[in-house]
Design a protein around this ligand. Structure first.
Ligand code: PLP
Length: 452
């Protein structure tokens, strides 16, 4: 590293806040470009992106030129247009039409946002207002332990991950939010085993709705597959069961597809694995493959029709023409280049190798996931599923060693709940050869872990 880079890193540490990093620190390198599924730092070192960064660059960096051309054209033609007062523009309409064709049938009304947290937030406002307009008192929102829904006040209140660490220092949070048990079978909160459990976690939702009063419960928000917690899919019965419960008690079902949407699990949207239709879906990340910030809330007729004639405030950038144009192009590429099919096929290949090669290792407790959303559970003791002592810093050592070897992997380090997982979620354009390269780097790092 030369003096100039050292100076830049020092200025960065002194002036810029990095999320999920102690303030005043940075990673010690500067990323300047990306291509294919790799990014490169200023010293020329390359890193394979085994995590699609924040599980968001679905197309990796493979289509930079094609997307840049679309963004440039839109910038020249109509760089900005509000969608307030009913103003509209071709880029937003086309994006909506493409979304309507991609989302599950019936979910074909949208409002646009600037990202996942805002989508979550808006979905809560829509849910509460929906019931208000219908003349009821339903306002409570149920979410799951282990879930992640974002950083804004409602989203962070609904988030069930990190035992409150996410919101420490800026409480009180938003009233009217309730948590239900997670569907994370390997560490069942109810102490049960699948399938003898009869999917008690789903049944608990019904009990909670009854206890809280069906006349008070507005919505249930749930990730189709736990994301930030480390990629744990629910048992196959879970989604159909919670759909039935929500229908029975007139509770709006919100699928948070911010991470799992746009092909991540091998289907356009993860709810399609179970043939379930939510009332609303929150979207972001893959909606533009993260080429530009954007998001949306999708809703069905039942929800949309209630709002006809109602008034909502919105954000300046909602429906931004450049983001909308990029989103349309990204959706075109998904279909044109069969990206979701690739995620399903390559995900199957990766899962086979992970199960046959990684799972037998002494410190791997389970491997689970859907498509290219896979988690590898790291344990100190396989027999009793004990995790490593947080002080050991094992999860960060795995991440650091991978980086040293030119691989970026995401780890979910919740050492205090013994739930430590390495995420395997490369861009959906990944090839078999690239999967092998990633796993060849990761294997000796995980194999070197010593049980107690
Ligand atoms: N919902 C889910 C399921 C997520 O995974 C995330 C981010 O990881 C969010 C919401 C928040 O999205 P954003 O970071 O774009 O605000």
């Amino acid at each position: 590293m030369n003096i100039k880079e050292e100076e830049l890193l020092k200025w960065d540490a002194d002036h810029l806040m990095h999320w999920v990093t102690p303030v005043g620190q940075n990673a010690g390198f500067i990323i300047e470009k990306a291509k294919g599924i790799k990014f490169y730092d200023t010293t020329g070192k390359e890193y394979i992106d085994g995590a699609s960064q924040l599980v968001c660059v679905t197309l990796g960096y493979k289509y930079n030129d094609e997307i840049a051309a679309v963004a440039a054209e839109q910038l020249k033609k109509l760089p900005y247009m509000t969608n307030f007062w009913g103003f509209t523009h071709p880029a937003m309409i086309e994006c909506g039409q493409r979304l309507a064709r991609l989302t599950p049938e019936g979910l074909d009304h949208f409002c646009f946002t600037n990202g996942g947290s805002e989508s979550t937030e808006i979905s809560f406002q829509l849910a509460r207002k929906y019931w208000k307009i219908k003349g009821t008192n339903k306002y409570k929102i149920i979410s799951l332990y282990n879930s992640y829904h974002g950083v804004m006040y409602g989203a962070v209140t609904a988030t069930g991950l990190f035992m409150g660490a996410m919101s420490s220092g800026f409480t009180p949070l938003v009233p009217g939010f309730i948590k239900a048990p997670s569907y994370y079978c390997y560490r069942c909160m109810l102490g049960l085993n699948y399938p003898e459990c009869g999917i008690e976690c789903a049944k608990q939702l019904e009990k909670i709705i009854q206890l809280e009063g069906p006349d008070n419960v507005a919505a249930f928000i749930v990730e189709p597959v736990h994301g930030t917690a480390g990629h744990m899919p629910p048992p196959p019965e879970y989604w159909p069961m919670v759909r039935d419960i929500c229908t029975k008690y007139d509770v709006l079902l919100i699928a948070d597809e911010v991470m799992s949407g746009f092909g991540r699990t091998g289907k356009a949207f993860a709810v399609e694995h179970w043939g379930v239709k939510p009332d609303m879906m929150t979207l972001a990340k893959g909606i533009t493959s993260s080429y530009i910030p954007f998001g949306a809330v999708a809703m069905n007729d039942k929800v949309y029709d209630v709002f006809k004639g109602s008034f909502f405030a919105g954000a300046t950038f909602s429906g931004h023409p450049v983001a909308a144009a990029v989103s349309s192009k990204v959706m075109e590429i998904y279909l044109r280049d069969k990206i979701f099919e690739n995620a399903a096929n390559i995900g199957k290949y990766a899962m086979e190798r992970l199960k046959s090669q990684f799972l037998p290792l002494p410190c791997v407790g389970e491997v689970s996931g859907l498509g290219l959303m896979i988690g590898i559970e790291i344990v100190e003791d396989k027999a009793n599923k004990k995790g490593f002592d947080p002080a050991s810093g094992v999860m960060h050592t795995i991440q650091d060693k991978a980086l040293e070897n030119g691989l970026f992997v995401r780890v979910s380090d919740q050492s205090w709940t013994s739930s430590n997982r390495v995420s395997f979620c490369p861009p959906l354009v990944v090839t078999k050869e690239e999967v092998d390269k990633i796993l060849d780097i990761l294997y000796p790092i995980v194999a070197a872990l010593k049980p107690s």
